[in-house]
Write a protein that binds this ligand. Structure first.
Ligand SMILES: C[S@@+](CC[C@H](N)C(=O)[O-])C[C@H]1O[C@@H](n2cnc3c(N)ncnc32)[C@H](O)[C@@H]1O
Length: 209
């Protein structure tokens, strides 16, 4: 979605103009917002992986929940845009770390959030999605490349034991997500949450001892 007005209405924050091909949020962002707004998580600090240029979910979390957010972002230009956004509108309680997945975030974290790129490469290319912004959408051959990288990292990562993953299940169906978890006996799929008006669902995954 590219509408600043709709973004303000849904997330309660102002945004800077977008680069060509970028967008403020997608169906999975809406699913994540829905699930977080209804859940009762006891959280002080979360990691939001892949925060995007407007750091929208991170800022909405700070406004509505008061949690601290360690936001990471792989794409340098996107990370810079997120920092510009925070410099313009808000500064408190959000750190931006440039890097892959958990990047260099240290310190305790209660929950991990990730709306990963999940569009299969051939589908995104056929739809004309931005080649310059491939990290936003390109999930590899079957849409699961980054998801699989995430599970590998999360299975071995000490900082948090709970993750919420927002995924458009028209691109990556639930069974395929569950198949990606099979190599990791210490990761357990607890729930699939649905949200109205969106084909995205949120998987709750726990790392058990
Ligand atoms: C689908 S967008 C989600 C953006 C925003 N969090 C939201 O929910 O609308 C995915 C974001 O993750 C970033 N990303 C992709 N792969 C990543 C990785 N391995 N580590 C960190 N960020 C990544 C992309 O650059 C992009 O900003």
């Amino acid at each position: 979605m590219r509408s600043p007005l709709l973004t303000r209405a849904l997330f309660g924050v102002d945004v800077l103009p977008l680069e060509a091909g970028d967008r403020f949020f997608d169906s999975a962002t809406l699913a994540m917002r829905h699930v977080l707004s209804r859940g009762r998580w006891k959280v002080q600090r979360v990691i939001e992986i892949g925060t995007g240029s407007s750091a929208l979910v991170a800022r909405w979390i700070v406004k509505t929940k008061g949690w601290r957010v360690a936001a990471t972002e792989l794409d340098s230009a996107v990370a810079q845009s997120a920092r510009n956004t925070l410099r313009t509108f808000e500064r408190d309680r959000i750190e931006v770390h440039e890097g892959h997945l958990f990047a260099d975030v240290t310190g305790p974290v209660d929950l991990v959030l990730f709306n990963p790129p999940f569009v299969p490469t051939a589908i995104g290319t056929a739809r004309g999605l931005s080649q310059d912004l491939r990290t936003q959408w390109d999930g590899g051959e079957d849409g699961t490349r980054v998801l699989r990288e995430f599970f590998e990292a999360f299975a071995n990562h000490g900082q948090a034991t709970e993750a919420l993953l927002a995924i458009n299940v028209r691109h990556v169906p639930e069974l395929l997500v569950e198949e990606c978890l099979l190599p990791y006996p210490n990761l357990q799929l607890e729930d699939w949450y649905s949200a109205p008006w969106t084909p995205a669902r949120v998987a709750r995954v726990l790392r058990i001892a």
